[in-house]
Design a protein around this ligand. Sequence first.
Ligand code: ARG
Length: 296
Amino acid sequence: MLLNKIKLNNRIEPRRILMCSPEHFDIIDVKNPYMQVQAGKIDRITATKQWEKLKSVYLKWVDEGYLDEVLVINGEVGCEDMVFCANQSFPFIGKNGRKNVILSKMKHASRQKEVPFFKKFYLSQHYNCIELMHSNSFEGMGDIIPHPGKDLYYGGFGHRSDANAYEEITKITGTPVVTLELINENFYHLDTCFVPLSEDAVMLCKDAFNAEGLIQIQQYFSKIYFVDAKEAIDTFCLNAHVINYTENHKKLAVLQKGSIQAIEALKAENYEIEEIETGEFMQSGGSVFCMKMMIY
Ligand code: ARG
């Protein structure tokens, strides 16, 4: 049953950034199509420079008062994908106002090792840590994306997360989840193909979704900016990180350089745009959105 957006409660947006340092970032096994021929090809010096640049954009936004703080968790030996810290967890504010986090159930064994390090971090930040009991697979904010400003989530499933995880998450959070099947392996996480830009607008690649999913999305967004699959795959532009709930309504976006359609959409929605280079991380199938976690 579809819900009317107008009746949804408002969402409290997080204002802090968590990143994971890239000293152990590598490509070992193939987990997505971008990793196919890349094993052993990471230039860690370049990767570190790219990661530092993203961090400096966030620090600038802290200086300008749009964010509160940037925190860094150290990468661990043997956790080559840990730098993609959007995936191991899903923080939310409970209906009682308490900080909660749902810990992910990573699909790949090599990534399951990452989760306890994030649990330890969240405990140090006084979060209530929640384990999923009835779901096999859920990859955190790689696959669950909030509706801007509203108490509603979109949940991608089919590659890394199971559809039934969202039933459990709705029970835990008290927030409805619109589930969207991801049908194209190039868009294996929802954060590779779907970027809400405002309460009314979203930018997406339609090749990632089935007809039912696209109809669902139209129920919640009156304006859809389409980015074609070539641009989305070549530039990871739909892995942009956008911040649109600043106090003075400033809209901020940071994304990989080189996209045309996504930049047009962001400009049309009045975003201030930072274009950066994340090429080393794209070889592993991730870019900006994957390299940070918004936390409370
Ligand atoms: N190599 C990582 C994996 O396949 C990339 C994760 C990218 N993260 C994201 N949120 N899309 O798991």
